[in-house]
Design a protein around this ligand. Structure first.
Ligand SMILES: Nc1nc2c(ncn2[C@@H]2O[C@H](COP(=O)(O)OP(=O)(O)OP(=O)(O)O)[C@@H](O)[C@H]2O)c(=O)[nH]1
Ligand SMILES: [Mg+2]
Length: 329
C-alpha cells in the first residue's frame, strides 16, 4: 500500500515535469488500473484543466490522422506544446493501421513538445472512450497546451469523447456517401468546425458547398448568439488550409470565452464523464463473482415466474448499492 502511494506520487511529479517516460508510465497505470491508480487519478485531475482539448472525428478514411499530424505541426509553429491521443478503430481488424499512424506521426518524433499515444479499440479496461478520456487527462496534467484527440466517427465512443472537448472538428472528404455517413453517425450537429479534407480532389468544392448549405438551413433555427461553424478546406499531406484551421480553433475558443460558454462545456464534460464511469462501475460490480448479489436466486425466481425480471434487476441493484456502502464504511 505504502509502496503504491510512493509510486503514485513520484510518478505524478514526473508527469507534471512533463518527463515523457513518466507520462507514458502514468498512462499505462491509468489505462490498466495498476497499483497506484486511485491516488494518481486524483492528482492528475486536480492538476489538470489548463489544456485546450480538441477533438477530431469523422468517417473512416477521410484523412483524420494525416490532418492531426499537419495540425500538430502547425500548432508547434505557433509555439504550442501538444499531446495527441489517436484511437485506432481498425487495429482490431487489421493490426496494421496503428503502424500506419505511427509512420505518419514519425516526423514528430524527437520533438519533446509533442507526445503521441495510440490506443487500440481493444485492450483497454473500461472501454475505449473511457481510456481515451483518461489519457487526455494525463496529457492535460502534464502541461501540454493542446490535447488533440482523434477518433473515428462511428459510434457512441465518439460522442462521449466529443462531449469532453472544447472544440470539435468533424472531418469529411469528397466522395459519394461521405456526407451521408457523417449524418448517419450523428456527427454533423456536433461539429464546431467542419473540415473538408482532400481539397486537392476535384469534387471537394461541391462537398464543401453541400455542408455550407446544410449549415445555413440549420442556422435559421439557431439562437441569435449561436456559434456558426465554419467550413474549412484542407489538403492534409501538404498542410494547405491547416493554418486557417488553427485560426478557426482559436476563434472558437475566444467565442466560448467571450460568450461565457466554457463553463457550460466543462459541466457537460463533467456530467458525461460521471455518468459514464458510474455505468462502468455498476457493470463491473454486476459481473464481479466475489460480490454476492443473489444472481443465481434471481435467475431461479424469474425463470419460474415468481419474480419479474424488472423486480429481480432492481433487487440486484439494491444489493449492489448496499454492498457498496458496507465496503466504503
Ligand atoms: N488526396 C488526398 N489524400 C489524403 C489527404 N489526406 C489524407 N489522405 C490520404 O487518405 C488516406 C487516409 O488517411 P488517414 O489520415 O489514415 O485517414 P483517417 O481518417 O485517419 O483514417 P481512419 O483512422 O482509418 O478512419 C491515406 O492514404 C492518406 O494519405 C488529402 O488531403 N488529399
Ligand atoms: Mg486515423
Amino acid at each position: 500500500m505504502i509502496a503504491s502511494v510512493a509510486l503514485g506520487s513520484s510518478l505524478f511529479d514526473g508527469v507534471v515535469a512533463r518527463h515523457p517516460p513518466s507520462v507514458a508510465r502514468a498512462i499505462t497505470v491509468i489505462e490498466s488500473r495498476l497499483s497506484g491508480f486511485d491516488e494518481l487519478v486524483e492528482e492528475i485531475w486536480s492538476a489538470g484543466g489548463r489544456a485546450r482539448l480538441i477533438g477530431i472525428t469523422g468517417p473512416p478514411g477521410t484523412g483524420k490522422s494525416t490532418l492531426t499530424n499537419a495540425l500538430v505541426k502547425q500548432l508547434r509553429c505557433r509555439g504550442r506544446t501538444i499531446g495527441v491521443v489517436a484511437v485506432d478503430p481498425s487495429s482490431a481488424l487489421t493490426g496494421g493501421a496503428i503502424l500506419g499512424d505511427r509512420i505518419r506521426m514519425a516526423d514528430l518524433n524527437g520533438d519533446d513538445g509533442v507526445f503521441v499515444r495510440s490506443l487500440s479499440s481493444r485492450g483497454s479496461l473500461g472501454g475505449i472512450s473511457s481510456a481515451t478520456v483518461d489519457v487526455a487527462a494525463v496529457l492535460d496534467a502534464a502541461g501540454y497546451d493542446d490535447v488533440v484527440i482523434e477518433t473515428v466517427g462511428a459510434g457512441q465512443a465518439d460522442v462521449d469523447i466529443v462531449g469532453i472537448t472544447e472544440t470539435v472538428i468533424v472531418v469529411s472528404a469528397p466522395g459519394l456517401g461521405d456526407d451521408i455517413q457523417m449524418i448517419k453517425a450523428g456527427l454533423f450537429e456536433l461539429a464546431d468546425l467542419h473540415v473538408v479534407n482532400k481539397s486537392d480532389r476535384p469534387d471537394a468544392r461541391r462537398t464543401a458547398l453541400q455542408i455550407s448549405s446544410m449549415l445555413t438551413q440549420l442556422s435559421v433555427l439557431a439562437e441569435p448568439s449561436a456559434w456558426h461553424p465554419p467550413v474549412i478546406e484542407t489538403t492534409a499531406p501538404s498542410g494547405t488550409g491547416v493554418d486557417a484551421l488553427a485560426e478557426a480553433i482559436d476563434d472558437h475558443g475566444s467565442w466560448l470565452r467571450t460568450e461565457g460558454r466554457l463553463d457550460e462545456r466543462l459541466r457537460r464534460a463533467a456530467s458525461s464523464r460521471i455518468r459514464e464511469l458510474a455505468k462502468e462501475m455498476l457493470i463491473s460490480r454486476l459481473h464481479d463473482p466475489s460480490l454476492d448479489l443473489g444472481f443465481a436466486d434471481a435467475v431461479d425466481d424469474v425463470a419460474s415466474r415468481r419474480t419479474s425480471p424488472h423486480a429481480a434487476a432492481a433487487r440486484m441493484l439494491g444489493s449492489a448499492h448496499t454492498h457498496d456502502r458496507e465496503v466504503s464504511t
